[in-house]
Write a protein that binds this ligand. Structure first.
Ligand code: SF4
Ligand code: SF4
Length: 328
């Protein structure tokens, strides 16, 4: 069931997930389109998430934007973050590791090598955040030779988390603490629990699909004609998601038997790397399982320190569910 409507206010709105935004020319969503998007969100009872560009929007947008409850996603360099009280901002996106984070909820978008290289700087941020999300921007480049270094970086963060938890603080770090709380899949949900509307008034499964359309990346999922088209309906005629069942967990044979519950299960990466929306890549599964196992390590450390740490995460002997020999 749809719960969230992501509204990209401009082509240059900040990228907040795995895909980088290649669009550099401003293209503000017309006010009428914004009003229609809000109306759609109201009718469908969706939580609105505005994704902001890095410049101030014209004054007449303010009243329209605030006509409905919303969450705001800003880039670290956006005009608003320069003159707002950062602790009151909803979500701020960083594309490098900052010296300090003033907001309670931040996303660090980093290539894997940078995440590993900056593990101690990231660890130093943990005492000051309520929630930190690590979003890797080059999952497709992950290779088995990086398993050890990635595991070690997670171990560094675990050591800091352990001390914080023991002192009564409980910061959330998506790749390590989410799995402690989850007892079932909690994935990105693009096209299922959330949908994106772009400045052109069309719907996309997530912003990454809009970027691909705008940059002419061939749509491998469109078997009828060569095209980069990715939209799944528009604000005038409504949502039109072909084969929506294929986006769902119960149609994903590997994922529905997996217990890396925190995994994003990124359908954009799936179609990019395996040409199939519901078949994950080796890279995505490996990373999610290294994190899952590091969460298990953290759980054991917390349990030994008599800190409650959720339902037991079992030991497993694989990193990619595709390697498990069993009947699906
Ligand atoms: S780790 Fe792999 S199989 Fe498990 S949920 Fe993620 S993508 Fe699916
Ligand atoms: S499908 Fe989900 S996880 Fe993947 S890039 Fe889009 S929003 Fe992010």
């Amino acid at each position: 069931m749809l719960q969230y409507l992501v509204i990209l206010l401009d082509d240059t709105s900040v990228a907040y997930c795995h895909a980088c935004n290649p669009l550099t020319e401003r293209n503000l969503m017309p006010l009428d389109t914004l009003k229609k998007a809000i109306l759609f969100g109201m009718k469908e009872n969706l939580m609105i998430q505005y994704v902001y560009p890095d410049y101030d929007l014209p004054e007449q947008y303010e009243a329209v934007l605030e006509s409905i409850d919303n969450v705001k996603i800003w880039g670290e360099s956006s005009a608003a973050t320069q003159h707002a009280a950062l602790e009151n901002m909803d979500v701020i996106i960083y594309n490098s590791v900052p010296d300090a984070i003033a907001t309670k909820n931040a996303v660090l978008r980093l290539p894997i090598k940078e995440f590993i290289a900056k593990q101690y700087d990231i660890a130093a941020l943990l005492p000051h955040v309520k929630r930190l999300n690590i979003c890797l921007t080059d999952i497709e480049n992950f290779n088995d030779g990086q398993i050890k270094d990635y595991s070690k970086a997670l171990g560094t963060l675990n050591a800091v988390l352990l001390n914080l938890f023991k002192s009564g603080k409980q910061p959330q770090l998506n790749i390590l603490t989410d799995r402690l709380q989850l007892t079932e899949m909690h994935n990105c949900g693009a096209g299922v629990s959330n949908i994106t509307v772009a400045p052109n008034g069309k719907f996309y499964l997530c912003p990454a699909f809009y970027y691909d359309e705008r940059t002419g990346v061939s749509n491998r999922m469109n078997h009828s004609k060569p095209s980069s088209e990715r939209n799944v309906g528009n604000l005038d005629s409504g949502l039109d998601i072909p084969n929506q069942q294929l986006l769902k967990l119960d149609h994903a044979p590997l994922c529905r038997n997996c217990d890396a519950y925190h995994c994003n299960r990124c359908i954009w990466l799936n179609q990019k790397l395996t040409w199939d929306n519901n078949t994950p890549s080796h890279q995505q599964c490996m990373l999610a399982h290294i994190e899952r196992n590091a969460s298990r390590d953290l759980q054991q450390l917390l349990t030994a320190a008599e800190v409650s740490a959720g339902e037991e995460i079992k030991q497993i002997d694989y990193l990619d569910p595709f390697d498990v020999k069993k009947e699906w």
